[in-house]
Design a binder for this molecule. Structure first.
Ligand SMILES: [Zn+2]
Length: 197
């Protein structure tokens, strides 16, 4: 009886030891032969990684009622020898513009075509959200972190623009040169207010 219990204790010891080791040093790799510990380690660490890069709930970039115009305002519409790389979103001048997600300001400025503009990179989705024709210079500095829903400026019509609107782009990766995708399906999903038209 005693001998059998002793053998059982010996059998259990390596498992208990491995568990204690995993708890004491969670970042250490478990022994290769301990499949249970490996599975536990992977599960724990994927949860940690998921929490770090989990996308925040996206917010529509225009904080107000919007319209999406006609076919000329769409992604892919013809624009003097090239294709329109964003979606134009119509709202009155001065309507607040907000960050779609937790992001960092990777570009901002003012030039002839884009007017006052800002590009926000969201690590969680590895996308850059580009805002053109803003009313005034962007107050946030390069490298500044902004939270989803945080104001980044106001809608306007600076640069090459007729009629107050936000030209909004979604680009893959960090910066304004990645491939652009049609932002309209996302914008419709993110809408907080019913479209004006
Ligand atoms: Zn546009």
């Amino acid at each position: 009886m005693i001998r059998r219990a002793g053998a059982l204790a010996l059998l259990l010891m390596p498992i208990t030891g491995a568990e204690a080791g995993a708890r004491a040093a969670p970042a250490a790799l478990p022994p290769a032969e301990s499949l249970t510990a490996s599975a536990r380690w992977i599960a724990t660490h994927s949860r940690v990684v998921a929490a770090e890069v989990r996308p925040s709930r996206p917010v529509h970039p225009v904080d107000g009622r919007v319209g999406y115009g006609e076919s000329g305002a769409r992604f892919g519409a013809a624009r003097s020898g090239r294709a329109h790389e964003g979606q134009d979103v119509f709202a009155p001048a001065g309507t607040p513009l907000v960050a779609v997600r937790n992001s960092v300001v990777v570009e901002s400025g003012n030039d002839g075509g884009r007017g006052n503009y800002v590009a926000l990179y969201a690590r969680a989705t590895d996308e850059t959200y580009v805002y053109l024709h803003m009313l005034g210079p962007v107050p946030a500095r390069l490298g500044a972190r902004v939270k989803g829903g945080e104001p980044v400026g106001a809608l306007g019509c600076t640069g090459s623009c007729f009629g107050d609107h936000l030209h909004f782009e979604i680009r893959a990766g960090r910066g304004t040169t990645g491939p652009a995708v049609d932002p309209l399906p996302s914008l419709l999903r993110w809408s907080r207010a019913a479209p004006r038209s």
